[in-house]
Write a protein that binds this ligand. Sequence first.
Ligand SMILES: Nc1ncnc2c1ncn2[C@@H]1O[C@H](COP(=O)(O)OP(=O)(O)OP(=O)(O)O)[C@@H](O)[C@H]1O
Ligand SMILES: [Mg+2]
Length: 437
Amino acid sequence: MQILVVDDERFNLVMAKDIIEANIDNCEVILCNAPENALAKLAENDIGVVLLDIIMPKINGIEVLKEIRSNDNYKDMQVIMFTGVTDKESFKICFENGANDYINKPIDITEFTARIRAAVKARQNTLILKDMFDKMAKQYTELQEVTQKLKDTQFYLIQKEKLASLGEIAAGVAHEINNPIGFVASNLETLEKYLAKIKCLFTVYRNFEKVVADVNVSREDLLREKQCVEEMAKNQKIEVVLEDIDPLIKESKDGVERVSKIVRSLRNFARSGTEDEVTMNDLNQIVEEALLITKNEIKYAANIEKEFGTVPHVMCDKGLIGQVLINLFINASQAIKSQNRDGMGNINVGTYQDGDFVVCRISDDGPGIKPEHLSRIFDPFFTTKDVGSGTGLGLSIAYGVIKKHGGEFLVESDFGKGTSFSVKLPLTAKKEMPEVI
Ligand SMILES: Nc1ncnc2c1ncn2[C@@H]1O[C@H](COP(=O)(O)OP(=O)(O)OP(=O)(O)O)[C@@H](O)[C@H]1O
Ligand SMILES: [Mg+2]
C-alpha cells in the first residue's frame, strides 16, 4: 500500500519514512514537502493513507484535507493529521472535515507505528468491503438478467404452448368456419340466379308499360302483352323465387354471424397476454367461446352438457382464462378418446358462485388420473401422452394463470371413473396484475 506523507519539515518526512518502512510490511512511502503538490501526488499514485501536517506555508493541512474530501475518488482514503498542534479546537475542525485520526509531534515511535498500522488495516478492510460490494452488485445484475431470461423463456413457452394448441384446434376451427362459408356461398349463387330471373321479368314488364302507355293500343294487344308478362313470371317461377329470398338472406346472415363469432373468439384466445388485458368479464361467455373453438375437437368424442349459473362478472384476462378452459376441454376430450370406447363420453361444464369466487367446473367421465400422478399433473412437462403428442405444459401454465388471478385451481379424480377440474376466480381480483405469470 502507498502512504503519502505531507510535511514542510524535511526531518519529519525522513523520520516518518524510516519508521514506516522499518515497522510496517508491504508499504511504499511517498514524500511531499510542498502541500500545494499534495493533490498532484494523490492523482499520480494509488495512495491508501495520507499523513498530513497542519501548519505549513502557502496551504495549511486543513485546506488540503478539505480538497481531498471534496473528491469522490478519495472518500475512502485514510487521512491522519500529523501535527505539533495540541489544542482541542484544531482537532475538532480536523475531524469535522473528515480526518480519520491524528498523531502528535514529536514522534513517539510506538504510538506512531500503532496508528499508521490501524490506518493501513482500516484502508485494507474498506478495500475488501468495496470489492465484496462490487461483486454483490455484479451478482445482483446477473441475477436480474437471469430472472429476465427466465421470464422471457416462460413467456416463450406460453406462446409456444398457445401456438401448439392453436395448431391442434386449427383444423377444427377451419371446419367450423368452412361450413357456414359453404352455405353462404351457395346461397349467394342461388340469389344471383334469382336476380337474373327477376331482371328478365322486369324487362318484359318494362315493355308492357310502354304498350299500356300507347293511347292507340288495341285491347287484344294489351291482353297479349299482359299474357307475356304472366308467362314470363310463370316460366321463371317468380312466386317461388320471392318466397325463397327472405329465408336465404336470413340464413346467410346467420352464417356470417357464426363466422365472425368464431373469429372473435380466436382473436381473444390468440392475444399475446403481455398488455394489461384485465377487464370485467362474464365467465359464461368465456366458457362459450372456449367451447366454440374446441367444438370440433370434442364433437366426435363426447357430448357436452352445460349448466351455466347466473354469475357476477369478474376481473380477469379473458384471453388467458379462455386459454385455460380450452386446455381443459382438450384434455378431457383427449382422455375420453384414449379409451377407444364404443359410445360417446360426457363432458359437463358448469358455472356457479361459491362465496367470494365464481367457479367453472369441467368434469369428464374419462379414464381418470392415477392417484400417484395426481400430485404431479401441474408440474411442467409432466405428461402421460405419447412423445410428440403432449408437451405436459397445459396444466402447469393454466395453474400459473389462475394463481396470477389470485384464484384457485382444483382437481378431483376417481381413477377409472372420471376427472373434474375447477377454476375458481375471486370476485375481488386486483385491477392490476403483475406480468404474465
Ligand atoms: N381430464 C383428464 N383426464 C385424465 N387425465 C388427465 C386429464 N387432464 C390432464 N390429465 C393428465 O395430466 C397430464 C398433464 O396434462 P397437461 O395438460 O399438463 O399436459 P398434456 O395434456 O399431457 O400435454 P399438452 O397439454 O402440452 O398437450 C396429462 O398427460 C394426463 O395424464
Ligand atoms: Mg393438455
